[in-house]
Design a protein. Structure first.
Length: 144
């Protein structure tokens, strides 16, 4: 299963919306034999998000953000970007109505497809529904 940045950020901050749901979903995923994956794009997005103020959190200090990245690198399989991902991104770009910031989501889908990954854990399912025939969106169950 591929994990989107927003699930990692929500799991990291107790004050984030759906924090407990994100943590529980990641814990369940980790208990299965299915590999849990991210990409270098997700690592960059994570750093962007945690080092700027949020409505529910102050930015992390640089040392804490660096520690988090080391944890991500040691915990998750990191899928590499490359020529195949770019080819798939361009194919998605021609097939679906995407532009601007939506290209980031399309690149996640392209990375998943390039590596044979079909399942995506995200809190932004609406941003990925257009790729629904190619990827499966994993629902986060929240009691919050």
């Amino acid at each position: 299963m591929f994990v989107d940045t927003n699930a990692l950020v929500r799991a990291r901050f107790r004050t984030a919306p759906c924090h407990e749901a994100a943590r529980a979903t990641l814990a369940r995923a980790g208990a299965n034999s299915e590999p849990i994956r991210i990409s270098r794009q997700v690592v960059r997005e994570y750093l962007v998000t945690v080092t700027r103020p949020q409505e529910w959190s102050e930015p992390l200090p640089v040392a804490a953000a660096q520690h988090d990245v080391e944890w991500l690198r040691s915990t998750f399989e990191i899928l590499e970007d490359g020529e195949r991902v770019t080819d798939l991104l361009l194919a998605l770009f021609h097939e679906f109505p995407i532009a601007g910031k939506q290209i980031h989501d399309a690149n996640i889908a392209a990375t998943m497809l390039a590596h044979g990954e079909r399942r995506l854990l995200t809190f932004n399912a609406k941003d990925f529904r257009r790729f629904g025939e190619r990827i499966e969106l994993v629902e986060v169950v929240s009691a919050e």
